[in-house]
Design a protein around this ligand. Structure first.
Ligand SMILES: [Zn+2]
Length: 574
């Protein structure tokens, strides 16, 4: 029996999932894709006797008898079209394998070349998608109130249009109706799972998460629900009306897969990564997102909460992606636990990078998601530069990086442009290079920063004084920046003063370490010109001349920006 490989890849996942701003529609969309990817694809695979290598995160890889391969692909494609009302689509490609490769030996043969060709064909096909079909609907000739792009349509046959209170007049297109109705179905599945039923034919994510959380002793009181919308986040303690969006993504996963020469290795790797993601998410929830720790007392709640609520929501989980919303007060802790657990669970072989954005609850979600991806991209670039540099020197390195960004009125939503224009200044006259931020952080460095903020000596530093420190840092020079920062220092009590200075020295020491020379003990001493520490020299070209620039950095702006958002001991934050 001749065998073929078949590869699937969902088109424009982010456009489909994050195409509208409402929490329900985002999660409904994400859930439909997960259902198609993990459950429907599997069911067709069984029907066509296809062997699954993996199917999650929007892609899939299978092998099966060549005679069935095209039918399998088309059935899956049709299901994507039907289930999402044409909102989402999936591309597939086939590759017949040479005669000698059979079900018996396929796992042990080196089929790297074939897998590469398959991948290449898939990319090629995605670049040239066939003209898309449009759904035959009977439009009201009025635009959909959710996406504003498609025409609104009467109720999809056999489904009720899901309306929110106060929005009974809204009309939706077929695709948005199906997203909303999926979200309401998932609500029912969650009730079933909480009641001890398994719903694995309908729903994957919560069917995994809830039992796993229970195993970790996470308390789920009866009738616990997901947040109904982003406004529900106002009912969680700390960080007044801000929420945190966490966006994590695997580092260098393409290469990890390419390094697997054999199919069973790929299967094992995909399995390990998927399990590690779930374990990481459940560990972070158990540690930092207990319901009783976050939910405000009844009399302080806004809106009409009838039941307990999870203080988080999962918007995407699979492949090598995690997207979660959490209270701003613990967003960085959740991110740290995610990346550290993931690395542990993959035996230090795989890593994630994360972008965390803290933003007002009413901030448009589409923009929030874009901002998070720019923060993540910046983190990944720095991590990958560190990896390349270490590999050249023959060293192992942890390329995990965490970036964060706090949205305030009027700030740009692109992290790199903020970094380059606000946080960095190169002075060609004095040949000095100033960085007002240490972002993105390696995990250990972020822990140091967070514990400095939470330390009792760091309590009550005062908003005005912290603001003055920030202003001093942003002058980015060794004159007024220094005198203004020292003036603030003098206004603090001795313990507070020592605490803040110590924090700068601690980072200075860490950055100095790689440059210290064992034969010259003095070289190990960090040089601090408060609020700055010296971080070596770099050659740069200025007007066609090479010059040595002194690099100065400080953790203090990051410290002041996070200060109000990071939760302290119970009762201290509010
Ligand atoms: Zn729509």
């Amino acid at each position: 029996m001749a065998l073929s490989l078949i590869a699937f890849d969902t088109d424009h996942i982010k456009r489909y999932v994050f195409g509208t701003d409402k929490l329900k529609e985002i999660r409904g969309a994400s859930s439909l894709l997960d259902y198609l990817n993990r459950i429907v694809m599997d069911q067709f695979a069984e029907q066509y006797r296809a062997h699954k290598v993996y199917a999650n995160g929007g892609s899939g890889l299978f092998y099966l008898a060549t005679e069935h391969a095209n039918d399998f692909g088309q059935q899956v494609q049709q299901a994507y079209y039907d289930v999402t009302g044409g909102g989402a689509s999936i591309t597939f490609v086939l590759l017949p394998l040479p005669e000698g490769i059979t079900e018996k030996n396929i796992d042990k043969e080196d089929i790297t070349d074939h897998l590469e060709e398959l991948q290449w064909r898939l990319q090629e096909k995605k670049l040239h998608p066939p003209a898309s079909l449009t759904l035959a609907s009977h439009p009201f000739l009025r635009l959909c109130d959710a996406c504003g792009i498609e025409y609104a349509s009467p109720a999809v046959k056999g489904k009720k249009v899901v309306h929110d209170p106060g929005e009974e007049d809204e009309c939706y297109c077929v695709s948005c109706q199906l997203k909303r109705s999926r979200d309401s179905d998932v609500k029912g599945f969650i009730e079933d799972i909480e009641a001890g039923k398994r719903v694995s034919y309908h729903e994957y994510l919560w069917d995994q998460i809830i039992p796993q959380l229970r195993k970790m002793n996470y308390d789920i009181p009866p009738l616990t629900e997901r947040p109904n919308d982003f406004n529900v986040f106002r009912n969680f303690k700390g960080a007044k009306d801000y929420l945190g969006l966490i966006y994590a993504d695997g580092n260098n996963m393409g290469r990890a897969f390419a390094d697997c020469k054999k199919l069973d290795q790929r299967e094992a790797l995909a399995h390990t990564i998927d399990e590690a993601l779930y374990t990481a998410v459940c560990t972070a929830i158990t540690r930092h997102l207990k319901i009783k720790d976050h939910l405000k007392l009844k009399e302080q709640q806004t809106g009409d909460l009838k039941n307990p609520v999870f203080p988080f929501d999962i918007l995407l989980l699979g492949g090598d992606d995690i997207c979660m919303v959490v209270p701003a007060s613990v967003a960085l802790d959740v991110a740290l636990t995610l990346i550290e657990t993931f690395r542990e669970e993959t035996k230090q072989k795989q890593t994630l990078s994360v972008g965390v954005v803290l933003a007002p609850i009413k901030y448009p979600f589409g923009l929030l998601q874009e901002t998070a991806s720019t923060a993540l991209k910046f983190a990944k670039k720095v991590g990958s530069d560190a990896r390349v540099k270490a590999e050249k020197a023959g060293n192992a390195v942890d390329d995990t990086r965490i970036n964060f960004f706090i949205v305030t009125g009027g700030s740009s939503s692109d992290f790199k442009s903020v970094h380059d224009t606000v946080y960095h200044e190169q002075n060609d006259t004095t040949t000095q290079d100033f960085y007002a931020t240490l972002r993105p952080y390696a995990p250990q460095d972020l822990r140091t920063l967070l514990s400095a903020i939470r330390d009792k000596d760091g309590a009550s530093l005062g908003r005005t004084k912290l603001h003055q420190v920030r202003e001093a840092v942003l002058q980015m020079n060794l004159t007024t920046s220094v005198s203004d920062a020292l003036a603030v220092l003098r206004n603090w009590r001795e313990k507070q003063r020592n605490h803040v200075v110590h924090n700068v020295y601690e980072f200075a020491g860490r950055y100095q370490m790689p440059r210290s020379d064992p034969d010259d003990p003095v070289s190990g001493f960090p040089r601090v010109t408060f609020p700055w520490f010296f971080d070596g020299r770099i050659k740069k070209k200025v007007k066609k001349q090479k010059k040595d620039f002194d690099i100065y950095r400080t953790p203090l702006l990051d410290f002041t920006e996070l200060y109000d958002f990071v939760s302290r001991e119970e009762g201290e934050y509010q």
